[in-house]
Design a protein. Structure first.
Ligand SMILES: CC/C=C\C/C=C\C/C=C\C/C=C\C/C=C\C/C=C\CCC(=O)SCCNC(=O)CCNC(=O)[C@H](O)C(C)(C)COP(=O)(O)OP(=O)(O)OC[C@H]1O[C@@H](n2cnc3c(N)ncnc32)[C@H](O)[C@@H]1OP(=O)(O)O
Ligand SMILES: CCCCCCCCCCCCCCCC(=O)OC[C@@H](O)COP(=O)(O)O
Length: 399
């Protein structure tokens, strides 16, 4: 055989074996036992971190800023596991569309991030960008109160000084303002995420919110719910001087993909596109009514941008994607290695004991833990979402 033909045959054989290895790996990622192990690592490491966070309580009294910094690092240990799952396990790609003048500011200043709320994993894509710009441990959000009770993540948020709301303004006003005031001397750069639509997009919620828009004489939106302005205005008012810009962000997935956390766990690869526009905070009116109108106008512009994306399949402007960093993966590997040994030891002891009762109890415990994680994943599922926004024209229509 001529040497060129040999080289081609060799390359083809190499490619075939690479493809079958990848196929095997794809099948491996879909196995329940893998998911069980990932969930075990997440739960046990998460509870260890929650416990360590609890241990930092006395430090708050002695050195508050140090306690906050320690808690940012501890929180990173949990949230970066989910980022590693997205980036390294599922191989999901995230492309950033933004202008080169704004790029150097990302991760170097405090900012309010406004994001559309259509996807079950939009928070996770947000976290990925936080990770790439080095603000994952300190990232904040105006979150619904129900999430504070989710083990691991919700408990971690308590120590991160996340702002919670009941989505009942009369009850929220005081606590939200107090929580925002506390962030004024935060020792780390942070991004404060606001889903101004207040709930995930569903056809029903969209129809109702457009009826509200009509009543208010506001233009109808095709791709967004009508934004709730109170949270945004109060955040701008109380973080003025602390935060320097608003990042108007719009997220989409290529080829009309509908990503889910279960899909990520099964190793399914998605491609996210994020468009970010940096708007200096000084450009936002101080007056509350004007600030609310500013937000409505922003959502009208966001809607036009979505229309362009749905027609062309991409956002306008250059892409400047920050590279994937190894730290999330290294943190995950650290916990895997740390927790693999006690698991093996436990299983060995279990089978050595030969006790049907102990084996049965362990199986029941594993089943209960996997149900627990399934419930946590359920928190991200839109069809299990709240009924907030399902009734129009009322001030308080929480689930
Ligand atoms: C370079 C890279 C850049 C970016 C990277 C991207 C992101 C990364 C950033 C950070 C990541 C950080 C963390 C992420 C991790 C996890 C996050 C996960 C989830 C948490 C998210 C949530 O929980 S969302 C739900 C909670 N949050 C919110 O609701 C926020 C928005 N809401 C508000 O601001 C509200 O105002 C409020 C909650 C403060 C109060 O709500 P309430 O309903 O009580 O009062 P409102 O006054 O707002 O509403 C009444 C007015 O609304 C009118 N109305 C009535 N019905 C409707 C309807 N169906 N639709 C619209 N409007 C309606 C009503 O008429 C009232 O009108 P008024 O004129 O009287 O005001
Ligand atoms: C490696 C990890 C594998 C294990 C996975 C465990 C997953 C736990 C994830 C819990 C994170 C919960 C965050 C959910 C955020 C969210 O999407 O909230 C929805 C709200 O905005 C709006 O709620 P709604 O009004 O119901 O639309």
């Amino acid at each position: 055989m001529p040497s060129n033909a040999k080289k081609v045959a060799f390359a083809e054989a190499g490619e075939r074996s690479w493809c079958s290895t990848m196929e095997l790996f794809r099948l491996f990622k879909m196995q329940f036992i893998c998911h069980l192990f990932i969930c075990y690592v997440f739960l046990v490491s998460g509870l260890i971190v929650n416990f360590l966070q609890l241990c930092t309580l006395p430090l708050w009294a002695i050195n508050k800023q140090l306690a906050r910094k320690v808690n940012c690092r501890l929180a990173y240990c949990i949230s970066s596991q989910m980022v590693a799952l997205l980036e390294w396990w599922s191989g999901t790609e995230c492309t950033l569309y933004t202008d080169p003048e704004s790029y150097p500011f990302y991760g170097k200043e405090n900012a309010i991030v406004i994001l559309n709320h259509n996807f079950e994993i939009d928070f996770l894509c947000g976290w990925t960008f936080c990770e790439r710009f080095g603000v994952l441990g300190s990232s904040k959000v105006l979150a619904k109160k129900e999430l504070a009770f989710v083990p691991v993540i919700g408990w971690m948020w308590y120590f991160l000084e996340i702002v919670f709301c009941k989505r009942k303004w009369e009850e929220d006003q005081k606590t939200v303002v107090q929580s925002l005031q506390r962030l004024k001397d935060y020792p780390e750069n942070f991004w404060f995420l606001l889903y101004c639509e207040g709930t995930r997009f569903t056809q029903k919620k969209h129809k109702i919110s457009m009826e509200v828009a009509e009543k208010k004489g506001l233009p109808k939106l095709k791709y967004h719910l009508l934004p709730r302005t109170k949270g945004f205005c109060v955040t701008v008012q109380h973080l003025r001087g602390t935060v320097t810009a608003v990042y108007d962000s719009t997220l989409n997935f290529r080829n009309n993909q509908i990503p889910t956390l279960l899909g990520i766990l099964n190793g399914k690869k998605y491609h996210a596109d994020l468009y970010v526009r940096r708007l200096p905070l000084d450009s936002i009116p101080e007056n509350e009514a004007e600030c609310a109108m500013w937000l409505h106008k922003l959502y009208q512009e966001k809607d036009e941008l979505q229309e362009k994306y749905s027609l062309t399949g991409c956002f306008p402007g250059p892409t400047l994607t920050p590279p994937c960093r190894p730290w999330a993966l290294l943190n995950w590997l650290f916990w895997i290695l740390l927790l693999l040994f006690p698991l093996c030891l436990l299983l060995l002891r279990l089978f050595q004991s030969g006790s049907t009762f102990i084996i049965f109890t362990t199986v029941v415990l594993c089943f209960a833990a996997s149900l627990g994680v399934r419930w946590m994943i359920g928190q991200t599922e839109i069809n299990k979402g709240s009924s907030y926004g399902n009734k129009g024209g009322q001030l308080n229509n929480n689930a």
